[in-house]
Design a protein around this ligand. Structure first.
Ligand code: GLC
Ligand code: CA
Length: 558
């Protein structure tokens, strides 16, 4: 192990969803110049790497995840000059910038697709996945991940094209070497500009099972689940090894893949230290726990014993073989404090800090999603019209329109797991719209911005923001946190998450109370006289015999 330690292992990554971060020109839409205004805020938090959700040219059917030009900036977000200035300023502050790479699909307005649909003989035809109808119907029964079928009929050439997401997001055909080359050239172009890596959208989905078999019917969905045939498909590792050889290996980049359908075994294949593919993967096991009969659309509380099992398994199975990504939130999941902690006013800050202790003292690269460092909560919009997400509207239409569930029940599901919970404007201060815009925001702000905002928290020593700052500062110098081994304690305890870390004889105990009740805590091998408090979310040190409501603390054995 003579290699230089990779920089991304010790970095705090902060995800920006540009549309909702900061508007600079009053049109209600966050933009690049808005991000530039907030760089010192990020630096002050201790951020090392900024990951930008897509800023490329896009008709915004799926908020930028439908790209019509990979080498242009979305007009609403600014210009390429603004981008270059942003990159310069990020670097000037000693931070790095990672872009989103969305290459499973493009927009249907991408010139490649416009060509592709012109005729069966068009040179770009094979850049996408076209199939003949089968027995008078679709090529197979696959569901779109946004509900409805995954195939769209194209009348002019009389064939179907595959779109695992919306109709306006046709899947690219990675079997085509010419297409792959174009993608690598595009990545190199951004590399030459000086970006510091990519977060790779649904990267596990690039290779499809060539026989396109029907999927199982489940979760009350009238269309079949194609995921077993498009996630971790037959050629995926060949493609990523090629991408690594051709492009990734040429730059000092950080790469993290979004791992739909990825468990620990698969993560080791994609991102094992010697896999020659990616640096890290995101898995979703912990944020998708306890599904209901309609899959992700449910109101189920999270079972702590299962949460501990999942997070611990990832710690243990990657140990010494691959590097974990630690995240609670992103733009596709509800707010962590609402889902795993408590957003009741008396517990919100305490539980938000406890969640940080619980996850970020594990081993891996920490990711924070905008607003998480303030303990921002789910949005609770009362009217369906206030939601903007295409997925929410499509599922509502299918489930309520289709008579499966009533309006109230569906709204409950949306409040619990809908993606817009994480997409409301960043809450900067207590002025109109939380200081996000001087115009009308593209999506309503969360009503609680007067109480929950960055300005208030930056001025207060016991805020969630200040706690995040402190935690990440301490983490930087702690080898037991960065490299120590992991051991779960009290696996069956229904209310406490307790684990131990160890590095060259130094031991750390981390204990978190996920309930609003006092919980007795006895840990074999630990006596409180020998333990020094390292970090805790109460002003007064723990009493030693138990944990107060939503208490989260770490001790070092001395
Ligand atoms: C990823 C993105 C999500 C998007 C989808 C399609 O899951 O995180 O926001 O809708 O891919 O690009
Ligand atoms: Ca704007």
């Amino acid at each position: 192990m003579n290699r230089r330690r990779e920089w991304w292992k010790d970095s705090l990554v902060y995800q920006i969803y540009p549309r909702s971060f900061q508007d600079s020109n009053g049109d209600g839409i966050g933009d690049l110049n808005g991000i530039r205004q907030r760089l010192s805020y990020l630096k002050g938090l201790g951020v090392d790497v900024i990951w930008l959700s897509p800023v490329y040219k896009s008709p915004n059917d799926d908020n930028g995840y439908d790209i019509s030009d990979y080498q242009a900036i979305m007009e609403e977000f600014g210009t390429m000059e603004d981008f270059d200035a942003l990159l310069r300023e990020v670097h000037g502050l000693g931070m790095k910038l990672v872009m989103d790479l969305v290459v499973n699909h493009t927009s249907d307005e991408h010139p490649w697709f416009k060509e592709s649909r012109k005729s069966r003989e068009n040179p770009y035809r094979d850049y996408y996945i076209w199939k003949e109808e089968k027995e008078g119907g679709m090529p197979n029964n696959w569901a779109s991940r946004f509900r409805g079928p995954a195939w769209a009929w194209d009348g002019s050439t009389g064939m179907y094209y595959l779109h695992i997401f919306s109709k306006k997001q046709p899947d690219l055909n990675w079997e085509n070497p010419g297409l792959r080359k174009k993608i690598y050239d595009m990545m190199a172009w951004w590399g030459e500009k000086g970006i510091d890596g990519f977060r790779m959208d649904v990267i596990s989905m690039l290779s499809k099972e060539p026989s396109y078999p029907d999927g199982e019917l489940k979760d009350g969905n009238p269309y079949g689940d194609g995921q077993p045939f498009y996630a971790n498909g037959p050629r995926i590792h060949e493609f990523l090894k090629e991408m690594n050889r051709e492009i990734l290996s040429r730059f000092d980049w950080m790469t993290v893949g979004e791992g739909v359908g990825v468990g620990t075994k698969e993560a080791l294949e994609y991102a094992g230290f010697d896999s020659g593919e990616l640096n890290m993967m995101f898995h979703f096991e912990h944020v998708e726990l306890c599904p209901g009969p309609y899959g992700k659309w449910n109101v189920n509380p999270v079972d702590l014993v299962q949460l501990k099992e999942v997070l611990s398994r990832w710690q243990l199975e990657l140990e010494g073989r691959a590097w974990n990504s630690l995240f609670w939130e992103n733009h596709d999941y509800p707010r962590a404090v609402s889902r795993f902690g408590s957003d009741a006013p008396q517990y919100r800050e305490r539980s938000a800090k406890m969640l940080a202790v619980c996850l970020y003292l594990m081993k891996g690269t920490p990711y924070v999603y905008q607003g998480q460092e303030l303990g921002m909560t789910n949005c609770g919009f009362q009217k369906l019209e206030d939601f903007r997400d295409i997925e929410i509207h499509q599922v509502y239409e299918e489930m309520v329109g289709g008579g499966k569930v009533g309006h109230e029940e569906m709204m409950g599901y949306i409040h619990h797991t809908g993606r817009d919970n994480a997409r409301t404007p960043m809450q900067w201060d207590d002025s109109a719209h939380g200081g996000f815009t001087e115009g009308t925001p593209w999506i309503r702000e969360n009503d609680n911005y007067r109480a929950v905002n960055a300005r208030e928290q930056m001025g207060r020593k016991d805020s969630v923001y200040a706690f995040y700052q402190r935690l990440f500062c301490l983490r930087k110098d702690s080898w037991v946190v960065k490299e120590g081994t992991y051991r779960l304690l009290l696996p069956e305890h229904p209310g406490l998450f307790v684990y131990e870390r160890e590095w060259e004889g130094e031991k750390m105990l981390v204990a978190c109370n996920f309930t609003d009740q006092w919980q007795e805590l006895t840990v074999p091998g630990w006596t409180w006289q020998e333990a020094r408090l390292w970090l805790g979310n109460y002003e007064e040190a723990p009493k030693g015999t138990g944990l107060r409501p939503y208490e989260g603390a770490a001790w070092i054995r001395v």
